[in-house]
Design a protein around this ligand. Structure first.
Ligand code: ADP
Length: 444
């Protein structure tokens, strides 16, 4: 097992990883920017190293600085969390070459899945269903030909995309030229790659993703699904497990398909296979090769500590579970709470003047906030995840409503109220909502 892990992240996920390390009796090194010297992850770690000034590109993304921090602290592995360097195959490769264990998949798998066109090709060969479309758009004519045959709407997406950037929906011919130009431009700016592809646009899909975990001996299991259809601008707000619309049979089938695909590429570590689900069919959209923000809902219903298992596997242990050991029990919901204006979604950094966390049976808070803490303006605006667990979906919703009522975060604007409004809506309660929920509801 590792003796010391450097956590190359900040905020709630740095704490989540730190706690897993503690339980495994592994020492921790926090890295931080100048703006985060007082942050909770720095206070709780065994050691900490400042890796640069506030902007992420100079600190949390500063590879030479992070490797230096690992060297001087004698760390033997690096956990990237999510975001920042977690899906940077070059970083994983540099670590492989320098003898540090990257707690995640091999760099070649990050590289394959980081390019959505290659990812889709790989999955297609594994018999995972894809949305009809154009593999790579090389000329406008391809798009004209496609819509003539298949009709509108279609969606243009960035091959290197993430966070919903570079996507354009096309509903009529007059939009084609401009949408292609815009998608290319946005994609070049955000990802330094203007490769784009096209898919048929599904009107009312659910976003359903399958959690998988694989060890270094090619043992692979899935841990059921998460329904992440409550989204704003393609960004998730509320996630739940299990999804209320899947039958046990459907879960088993899509789980098996996902496991087989992962097995055949010799993947290692945690991974999430994301699908759109419409009219009883699943369509692959992308694979995330890292720990996800919404991993706690899976932990709550399976009882598997995903971060501890991820670390154990990276250290060369065999999976602790077989597929038959995994049962989905009860129901879990996660609400993301952001430091944002709930109407405009403009970030709202600043000092937390009062803070009180909810508690009780089945209530879990993942957050690095504390009273008096100043949220810096430089990073992602998600400040807390509130997770509930109930014996069924109704109980989980009820606990979430009560927990949101109890949660006090003063001094900044936040999205607690927005989450409360969503939970009250009929579509949410029925479980039949789809990815258009936020556009159709009067909740924002
Ligand atoms: P990103 O990596 O940028 O998050 P994804 O491919 O994962 O992009 O898609 C994010 C979200 O965009 C999906 O959850 C869904 O809401 C929407 N979306 C993507 N592709 C389609 C499609 N073909 N039809 C309808 N909605 C889509």
């Amino acid at each position: 097992m590792f003796k010391k892990i450097l956590i190359a992240n900040r905020g709630e996920i740095a704490l989540r990883i730190l706690r897993a390390c503690r339980e495994l009796d592994i020492k921790t090194v926090a890295i931080h920017s100048e703006a985060d010297a007082e942050a909770m992850h720095v206070r709780l770690a065994d050691e900490s190293v400042c890796v640069g000034p506030a902007p992420a590109k100079n600190s949390y993304l500063n590879i030479p600085s992070i490797i230096t921090a690992a060297t001087i602290t004698n760390s033997d592995a690096i956990h990237p969390g999510y975001g920042f360097l977690s899906e940077n195959y070059k970083f994983a490769k540099i670590l492989e070459e320098h003898g540090y264990k990257f707690i995640g998949p091999k760099s070649k798998h990050i590289e394959i899945m980081g390019n959505k066109i290659i990812a889709k090709e790989t999955m297609k060969n594994m018999e995972i269903p894809l949305i009809p479309g154009i593999k790579e758009i090389k000329s406008d004519k391809q798009v004209y030909d496609f819509v003539e045959k298949n009709g509108y709407p279609v969606i243009v997406k960035a091959a290197s995309g993430g966070g919903g950037k570079g996507m354009k929906i096309i509903r009529k011919e007059s939009e084609i030229k401009e949408s292609l130009l815009l998608a290319k431009k946005e994609s070049k700016n955000a990802f330094n790659d203007d490769t784009i592809y096209l898919e048929k646009f599904l009107e009312k899909p659910k976003h359903i993703e399958i959690q998988i975990i694989a060890d270094q001996f090619n043992n692979v299991i899935h841990l059921g699904e998460r329904d992440c259809s409550i989204q704003r601008s393609h960004q998730k707000i509320i996630e739940e497990s299990p999804s209320s619309i899947l039958s046990e049979q459907q879960r088993k089938k899509i789980g098996e398909i996902s496991v087989n695909a992962i097995k055949s590429i010799g993947y290692e570590g945690l991974g999430t296979i994301e699908f759109l689900y419409e009219n009883d069919s699943f369509y692959f959209i992308e694979m995330n090769t890292r720990l996800q923000v919404e991993h706690p809902v899976t932990e709550m219903v399976t009882g598997v500590d995903l971060v501890k298992e991820q670390i154990r596997i990276a250290a060369g242990s065999k999976l602790s579970w077989k597929q038959n050991d995994i049962n989905i029990n009860g129901h879990s919901i996660e609400c993301r709470i952001n430091a944002e204006n709930p109407k405009t979604f403009k970030p709202s950094p600043g000092k937390i003047t009062q803070y009180h966390q909810p508690g009780g049976l089945g209530i879990r808070v993942e957050s690095a906030l504390f009273q008096g803490y100043s949220i810096p303006p430089h990073y992602d605006s998600m400040i807390a995840k509130l997770i509930t667990y109930g014996k069924n979906r109704d109980e989980s919703i009820l606990k979430m409503k009560k927990a949101l009522e109890e949660y006090v975060i003063m001094g900044i604007e936040n999205t607690i109220q927005l989450n409360q409004d969503i939970l009250k809506s009929e579509d949410f309660v029925s479980g039949k909502y789809n990815v258009n929920f936020m556009n159709e509801q009067k909740v924002n």
